[in-house]
Design a protein around this ligand. Structure first.
Ligand SMILES: [Zn+2]
Length: 530
């Protein structure tokens, strides 16, 4: 029987099927006794050889058609496979059921693309139009002061909710702070946060929060009447809340997403205190708090102008941490791997995956030197919380009376906000919230053992999620800031990573759903050696 063999010429194929350098490359099945085998079988072709292979397909097909039908009798010995090779290469095995899900979701790319710089600018100019949003300013006027501005925010969230069939629960969360209880509060004042809740479908008691403060100020922190535009601090974060809600409210998530505009930040993180106490009292399981404060400026006092980086401040161990927690972190070298720092790494990874031309600078600090933000009260309540902010700040446009002095324009006006950059920062938040809210909860009670072993064993409690696919174990060199190595381990509650010594690497575990959404990674506590 004439045959066409790719690595030689035969009478039937002479001059047509040219030899191709396939032989000897163990990745390719040999086409020998049946020249049409490749037509109904998956054939692996090295990318560099694909054009050659495709050009040969019609030649081989014609060659097969010209081959006479076997009339019986033994096949010629010359074309039988060498003893060292199987006569027929089996088709690839079907993918095992525990195959690792892919980690990319095109819907998150849609969410990123939906964020609009024009809407952000329109909303920011509306906020600035209230003249001042100082916490002690007018609460009665319909056009001026913090009262008018929070009623506008409430109405905007309601408008967004109407567009998604009522998908947001919009509410005020408030508490009265007594005059004199803080140096920046001289009379009793109601601290009012505007909160929109997008309830999750399968795990509604698990929350991912985005926060920003809508109050503003000038140089004198007690001045509640002067023009305090606060376009960037923190109008930028506040309008990002609205725009993220617009982008995300077109989807349903497994967990709950919360957008919270906080008051009283400039008077001492009061709105953050109010909301963090509220969520503690209501037993919210918080996967992460992304606090956005000053996220729209790209031209810094340091002379640097750039629009391609963001800073994420990830705190370590709270000063009020219980001693047992302190021991656990310090004895296992876990001070770089607190839940807040894993949240920081999570944001960094989302940026790498979904937000083009925006790189996260991970900063292992609570906040900038001597300054604070509303993630702090959440962090102190024990929740994972980070500050998202621009990289290069311009202090002539923060907390300043609007004026021109010595030729310098002072004041926090919309002209100091780079709205395309603000759109990227908003997209970073939206993509992170979507990833967290679609993912299963983080694994609980993760432990590690492996002393005196050439391996590390991690154990955890199973995560309950209807679409859970399994878990991925991560590890990294302690010198690295990012989780550089991982292994899909399937739907199990324990995994041993061989040949990776517990002493030389840091480890973590994430839960993964069938679509590849991953939870925040959890750093293990020391387990009991068995
Ligand atoms: Zn601020």
């Amino acid at each position: 029987m004439p045959v066409c063999v790719l690595e030689e010429r035969t009478a039937a194929c002479k001059g047509r099927a040219r030899a191709a350098p396939w032989r000897g490359d163990g990745r390719f099945p040999m086409i020998r006794s049946d020249p049409t085998a490749f037509l109904n079988r998956e054939v692996y072709v090295r990318p560099s050889l694909r054009p050659t292979f495709l050009a040969l397909v019609p030649v081989l097909t014609a060659c097969a058609a010209s081959a006479p039908t076997p009339q019986g009798g033994p096949e010629p010995a010359a074309v039988s496979a060498p003893a060292s090779l199987p006569a027929a290469i089996p088709a690839p095995a079907p993918l095992p059921s525990g195959v690792a899900p892919s980690g990319e979701d095109p819907r998150i790319r849609e969410i990123v693309a939906a964020v609009s710089p024009a809407r952000l600018e329109r909303d920011d100019r509306t906020l600035v139009g209230f003249q001042t949003r100082h916490t002690l300013s007018d609460t009665v006027s319909a056009t001026r002061g913090i009262g008018a501005s929070r009623r506008w925010l409430f109405a905007e969230f309601q408008r967004i909710s109407q567009a998604c069939g009522g998908c947001l629960e919009v509410m005020y969360v408030s508490d009265v702070v007594k005059g004199g209880s803080s140096p920046r509060i001289d009379h009793d004042v109601n601290i009012v946060d505007v909160v929109a809740v997008q309830r999750g479908r399968t795990d509604p008691d698990r929350y991912a929060l985005m926060t920003a403060h809508y109050d503003s100020r000038v140089g004198d922190v007690m001045d509640s009447t002067s023009f305090a535009p606060g376009a960037n601090d923190d109008g930028s974060g506040t309008v990002a809340l609205l725009e993220a809600a617009r982008a995300l409210s077109r989807y349903q998530f497994d967990g709950t997403v919360v957008y919270a505009a906080l008051a009283g930040e400039e008077q001492g993180l009061l709105g953050g205190e109010v909301l963090s106490r509220y969520v503690k009292q209501h037993g919210w399981r918080i996967e992460g708090v992304l606090n956005n404060d000053i996220i729209g400026n790209t031209s810094g006092v340091n002379g640097v102008t750039e629009n391609s980086t963001a800073r994420v401040f990830g705190p370590g161990i709270p000063v009020n941490a219980p001693e047992a927690e302190l021991r656990r972190y310090l004895y296992s070298g876990g001070e770089l791997d607190t839940p807040s720092r894993e949240l920081m790494r999570y944001v960094d990874r989302v940026a790498d995956s979904y937000v083009l031309n925006l790189d996260v600078r991970m900063i292992y600090r609570l906040d900038r030197f001597g300054r604070g933000g509303d993630h702090t009260p959440f962090f102190q309540q024990g929740f994972p919380a980070v500050r998202v902010t621009e990289t290069n700040e311009e202090y002539t446009r923060q907390h300043q009376e609007v004026r021109t002095q010595n030729g310098i324009r002072y004041g926090d006006l919309p002209e100091g906000v780079d709205f395309p950059y603000l759109a990227k920062m908003t997209a970073l938040n939206a993509a992170t919230l979507a990833s967290l809210a679609w993912a299963p909860a983080s694994p609980d009670s993760v432990t590690i053992t492996g002393a005196l072993q050439p391996s590390a064993t991690l154990r955890w409690r199973p995560v309950s999620a209807p679409d859970l696919a399994g878990y991925r174990v991560y590890w990294r060199d302690p010198e690295s800031a990012t989780w550089d190595h991982s292994r899909w381990v399937g739907n199990v509650t324990q995994a041993t990573i061989d040949q990776v010594t517990i002493d030389n690497y840091f480890f973590g575990v994430a839960a993964v759903d069938r679509e590849g959404h991953e939870s925040r990674i959890v750093f293990p506590a020391p387990g009991r050696e068995r």
